[in-house]
Design a protein around this ligand. Structure first.
Ligand code: PHE
Length: 494
């Protein structure tokens, strides 16, 4: 390698190394002589010179014992046992009750254990030791041990080292690498004049571009192979990023977005969708009913129409569910259990205009939290209403959506929902397995006719968190919402 292509820090370091030919240079010596603050510059230059054959690097790795987070605190405030022992020695009647007033609960508990192992026991309700001076000696030795860190393990007292290793968070062992550099014969042969630091341009400014000086300028190339720190900038939460992606796919497919409230009535959430009033999913253990508003008014013509449908099928030719329909039940306030509550209201307001509408929004179900369930989650909902809309179109739309999401293998299977016929379950192939992501179907006449909806309506509702688990490769849905910063930083940009 040619000395001409050396970078400025490499030139400076090689000049320094040439000044003392048979010397092993330590990092501190290099920093000092080269007048650098940043050890990364020295290590980088040493690396470059070694690759060029001008320098040889000797690396030695060794274990270092240093203070961990709790250890740093203990060094500042004193070890827990030292503080306890001081309190015992100074207190008139050091008993359990006063200990609890002087020390936090998270210290008092472990503290008693520590004292016990030092031979300080509760006797007649008072802390006491048979041999107070040996307690002091031991505690002082422990404090001195912490003060002597960082240190190599070999120069530490081995029993104290074992002791601290068994306690949480006080000390930690790290491998530290020390480097020394010495010049090679090739390095010695480099002509001093080729080691003059050159002015090279590292930043392109408007002035530079306007002045035309750039034409003869010497630009410093970027070395994109070097490791660098990742800048900690703000970015969207992966769930938000996923919502944006889903949104842009539906917009691209010609849909408009519907955004609506999650406080709804049982009437729209269930009755309008021909979900029978005694359906188990309506019960308190599945649905969050509200105290306030406990009930929300619904126009009588609607509850009458739903009542007729539920009791005997209205004008649709259906036989309905039978039994008697309660308008009071319709008016109950609840947190929506699916976003279909919003698409059905959209249709009720726009019963005759062909449309493509979607939403990505929050729903609530009384679920116990576990690996695959949350009481609050999101659904990706959509409808297409137009003359001639059919099952094939529904399946094609869902396949297009998942293909755009990056999942080309989609299948549908027969399913059941009270409001659709036929009803489908949508499954996506992921890592060789079929995973169920949602439901779909064509709204039944019992749903569309009372609202005056004139054309077939294709509808679907899919779980967003389920999809997020696929996209992010998660096996626990809770990971999405625990705000684990380390995890969040490492998520791909969606
Ligand atoms: N609402 C259904 C659910 O919550 C999904 C669905 C929507 C099914 C529209 C059919 C039609 O699971």
């Amino acid at each position: 390698m040619d000395a001409d292509s050396l970078l400025n820090p490499e030139r400076r370091m090689l000049r320094v190394l040439q000044s003392k030919e048979n010397h092993e240079w330590t990092l501190a010596e290099i920093l000092n002589t080269c007048e650098w603050q940043d050890q990364a510059v020295a290590v980088g230059a040493g690396h470059g010179l070694t690759n060029a054959g001008f320098v040889s690097t000797t690396e030695t790795s060794s274990e270092v014992i240093r203070l961990a987070e709790e250890g740093v605190k203990a060094k500042q405030n004193g070890l827990l046992e030292a503080r306890l022992w001081k309190w015992i020695s100074e207190s008139e009647s050091p008993n359990m009750g006063s200990l609890q007033t002087q020390f936090d609960r998270h210290e008092a508990g472990p503290g008693v254990g520590l004292l016990k192992r030092l031979g300080v026991l509760l006797e007649g309700g008072v802390f006491n030791s048979e041999n107070p001076s040996s307690v002091t000696v031991e505690i002082d030795a422990r404090s001195a041990f912490l003060n002597s860190l960082p240190s190599g393990p070999d120069s530490l007292d081995s029993s104290l080292l074992e002791h601290f290793k068994s306690r949480r968070g006080l000390i930690e062992s790290v491998i530290s690498t020390t480097r020394t550099w010495s010049i090679t014969s090739q390095g010695k042969a480099v002509e001093p004049q080729s080691l003059v630091e050159k002015q090279s341009i590292t930043e392109i400014t408007t002035e530079l571009l306007q002045s035309e000086a750039w034409k003869d300028a010497d630009f410093r190339p970027f070395d994109v192979t070097l490791e660098s720190t990742t800048p900690r900038t703000g970015r969207s939460h992966p769930m938000q990023a996923l919502i944006e992606r889903v949104r842009s796919i539906f917009l691209e497919m010609g849909f408009s977005e519907l955004v609506d409230d999650y406080v709804q009535t049982a009437g729209w959430n269930m009755d309008a969708l021909f979900i029978p009033q005694d359906h188990p999913a309506r019960e308190m253990q599945d649905t969050f009913y509200l105290e306030n508003p406990k009930s929300i008014d619904i126009p009588e013509n609607l509850t009458d129409a739903w009542g007729a449908i539920h009791e005997h099928g209205g004008e649709t030719g259906s036989v309905g569910w039978g039994g008697s329909f309660s308008a009071e039940t319709s008016k109950k306030g609840l947190l929506r259990t699916h976003t279909t509550v919003n698409t059905i209201q959209y249709l009720a307001e726009n019963p005759t205009e062909a449309c493509r509408v979607f939403s990505v929004d929050r729903v609530f179900r009384k679920e116990a939290i576990d690996r695959t369930h949350l009481p609050e989650f999101h659904q990706i909902e959509g409808i297409i209403m137009e003359e001639g809309a059919n099952l094939q179109m529904l399946v094609a739309t869902l396949k297009t959506f998942y293909a755009k999401m990056g999942y080309p293998e989609v299948r549908v299977r027969p399913a059941y929902f009270p409001y659709t016929e036929p009803s489908l379950e949508i499954e996506v192939k992921w890592r060789g397995k079929w995973l169920e992501l949602g439901g779909a179907g064509i709204f039944r006449p019992e749903v569309t006719e009372p609202l005056g909806i004139s054309s077939p309506v294709l509808a679907w509702g899919m779980g967003l968190e389920r999809l997020a688990m696929l996209v992010l490769g998660l096996d626990d849905i809770r990971q999405l919402y625990i705000s684990d910063l380390e995890w969040l930083r490492n998520q791909p940009i969606l």
